[in-house]
Each structure stands twice: as structure tokens, then as C-alpha cells.
Design a protein around this ligand. Structure first.
Ligand SMILES: Cc1cc2nc3c(=O)[nH]c(=O)nc-3n(C[C@H](O)[C@H](O)[C@H](O)COP(=O)(O)O)c2cc1C
Length: 199
């Protein structure tokens, strides 16, 4: 049994969201372990001339990134980097902190080997995330910032949420993702139209 299978046995005894919190504690522990994450990163990072890509002025050492939703609040960037990812995407971040949907809202389907997400953009909000990024940016691998509107913002005012987020965060990451696809924020997917994007 490899070490992932062993860790999985422990993690699967916990509620999925608690397993995530445990992972977060470990992946933000470098404050107490200076230099350890850099050492682990030097062992794990996969890079080669074949895998490396230059895109919009950034160097991606390999094409395997961590999608948004794992590090919603930009607390684990160095830990995630130490695992060997070629890039990672923080968020989804909304202008104002919000709690997300009532729990339980993350479901582990063991047979299907899937996780079902009904989180609803729980996050610490723009100011907290911006403060964290300001202290750390730039990073050794590219960081995307995934942005979304608050649940309480009406569809008519949605554009102002995205503008606020882009203005505040665009210098603190390497690319921005405009999230208009989550099924967990009512009406969000109605923003998938040419007028909204053009505006
Ligand atoms: C618990 C959970 C939370 C997620 N939260 C977000 C999010 O906040 N923003 C986002 O754009 N995608 C979010 N996603 C979607 C992931 O970014 C990704 O698209 C999805 O998990 C499919 O990729 P995978 O097959 O590699 O898991 C979330 C997914 C999960 C399982």
C-alpha cells in the first residue's frame, strides 16, 4: 500500500469538509517549519523543456495545476506548490466574505470515486485574500485568481462585483478567471451571455 492509500484511510474516516480542513492545516504549516516546503518543492516539482510552457508572460513548469475551490482563501499557496503542481488557482473569491451554503455541502461518493460540490462560494472575501496575496506575490509558479459575485448581489449589479475584484486583485496574480459557471450561486450561469462579457 503506498503512502497515499494509507493517508486516504485516515481522511475517509472524517467528514469530507473536515478532511479538507486537516489538509489545510498541514499545507499552511510552513510558518512553523521554515525551509521545509522549499525542500519538498525541490524534490516534487516536475519540469522539463517538453512540459514547460510560456503563456501570457508566465512560465508554467508543467501543465498539471490545482483547480479553484481547494485553496479558496489563498492560505496554502506555498504548500500546494511544494506538492509539485505547475500552477494553482485560488478562489473563488467574492467582494464580501460569505458563509456559503448550509452544511453538509460536500459529498464523498466512494464507489464513483468523486466529490460532489455544493459549497456556494464560501470564502473570506476580497480584503482578506488581497492582504494575503500582497504579502506573498510573486510566487515561484503561476497563480490564477478565480473571482465570482456575492450571492446577495443582484444580476443587474453583478458587473460591479467583477470590476471591483479585478481592480483589486489583477496585480497580485498571473491570470484571472471570471467564474460564471457555478451551479451553486443562483442566477450565476445567466451571466453566460455576450452582453455581460463584453461589458
Ligand atoms: C469541494 C469543491 C469546491 C469547489 N469550489 C470551486 C470554486 O470555488 N470555484 C471554482 O471555480 N471551482 C470550484 N470547484 C470545481 C473545481 O475547480 C473543478 O473544476 C472540479 O473539481 C473538476 O475538476 P477535477 O475533476 O479535477 O476535480 C470546486 C470543486 C469541489 C469538489
Amino acid at each position: 500500500m503506498n503512502s497515499y492509500e494509507q493517508i486516504k484511510k485516515l481522511l475517509f474516516k472524517l467528514q469530507p469538509e473536515n478532511a479538507h480542513h486537516l489538509a489545510e492545516i498541514l499545507l499552511r504549516s510552513d510558518r512553523f517549519l521554515p525551509g521545509v516546503f522549499d525542500y519538498i518543492a525541490s524534490k516534487n516539482l516536475v519540469t522539463s523543456e517538453v512540459l514547460k510552457q510560456e503563456l501570457f508572460g508566465c512560465t508554467f513548469p508543467n501543465p498539471v495545476g490545482l483547480a479553484a475551490g481547494f485553496d479558496k482563501n489563498a492560505t496554502m499557496i506555498r504548500g500546494i506548490n511544494a506538492l509539485g503542481f505547475g500552477f494553482s488557482e485560488i478562489g473563488t473569491v467574492t467582494p464580501i466574505a460569505q458563509a456559503g451554503n448550509p452544511k453538509p455541502r460536500m459529498f464523498r461518493h466512494i464507489e464513483e470515486e468523486t466529490i460532489q460540490n455544493a459549497m456556494g462560494f464560501n470564502n473570506d472575501g476580497l480584503i482578506a485574500v488581497r492582504n494575503r496575496l500582497e504579502k506573498q506575490y510573486p510566487f515561484s509558479t503561476p497563480i490564477g485568481i478565480n473571482i465570482g459575485k456575492n450571492k446577495s448581489t443582484s444580476e443587474e449589479n453583478a458587473i460591479s462585483d467583477y470590476v471591483k475584484l479585478i481592480r483589486a486583485l489583477h496585480t497580485l496574480g498571473d491570470y484571472i478567471v471570471i467564474n460564471i459557471s457555478s451551479p451553486n450561486t443562483p442566477g450565476l450561469r445567466d451571466l453566460q451571455n455576450e452582453t455581460f462579457i463584453a461589458e
